[in-house]
Design a protein around this ligand. Sequence first.
Ligand code: OGA
Ligand code: NI
Length: 349
Amino acid sequence: MAVTPPSKLLLTDLVSTVKNVPPNYIRPINDRPNIVVKSSEDSPIPLIDLQDLYGLNHSDVIKQIGRACQFDGFFQVKNHGVPEIIIEKMLRVAKEFYELPESERLKCYSEDTSKTARLSTSFNVKNEMVSNWRDYLRLYCYPLEDFISEWPTNPPSFRTDVAEYCSSVRGLAIKLLEAISESLGLDKNYICKSFNKHGQHIVLNHYPPCPEPELTFGLSGHTDPNAISILLQDNVPGLQVLREGNWINVNPVPNTFIVNIGDQLQVLSNGRYKSVLHRVIVNGEKGRFSVPTFYCPSEDAVIGPAPELVDDEHPSLYREFTYGEYFRKFWSRQLGTETTMGMFRVTPN
Ligand code: OGA
Ligand code: NI
């Protein structure tokens, strides 16, 4: 049987042959990157040292995490416990993957958003009006043994390097979720328990250099649908976070991860913690690689505001749903349209 060719080429292969951004990448004039941007030097997102999470300053670290989740939705962590060598290998294998011949990479290509291991481009090729300047390999990675057989075997060290990275970052995710539970005044295990069997996805993003970076985005403004995201980026800037109406550059800091609250923790905290809009801009000279880990409930887990955080003064803002229902809704819409969270909001009366 003939294999149907993908309806869209990967950018990684297209980019060396184009001098202009193709028309389907050009954003409407009021939705372009060249608006006033404050650099992170003006108001950096908090940098939290996790060294003392289990030490004498435990309660202070918990307070810092709680404040960051409430007021910034984003923070950076250092002394996070993920070994440098594991991080280096992860970034190296991501770059090597995108350097493979096109025919090799295309073996993983799919536009079916329900697939648990797939290479694709932009965000959701099937239902978006304007494309994003990005290719991505999205892999489910927890439990590892359920998914690892679907992963690429080329580069040869791919499965070992990525598996090691996923296990190590999962440890960090659990630590952070316990700390976040505590910061909300909940039992330390509350969030982890409510996620049922848990889920974890990893994405290998490649943002190739762009001939006209002022016309398009690597990824347009969105919030993350999962519970918590842990972002590894190389040394090329590109991430921007919306803060008090301004897009702030979050420039790479060596040996740190960027952590952000996703929609599930906004719902679970009944709106106390914020899932904040962010986006990625591209540049003319350098390609950029980033590797976000998306930690989430398993699809059958029922998510809603924690009862302890609902009272007369703080009525429940969201209806209950399964994470599976939420995740399918997220992928059925376009970025930049009504937020998925909005669809689950209870109308106040
Ligand atoms: C994402 C995302 C940021 C980045 O993939 O959801 O926000 O810097 N990525 O690649
Ligand atoms: Ni994101």
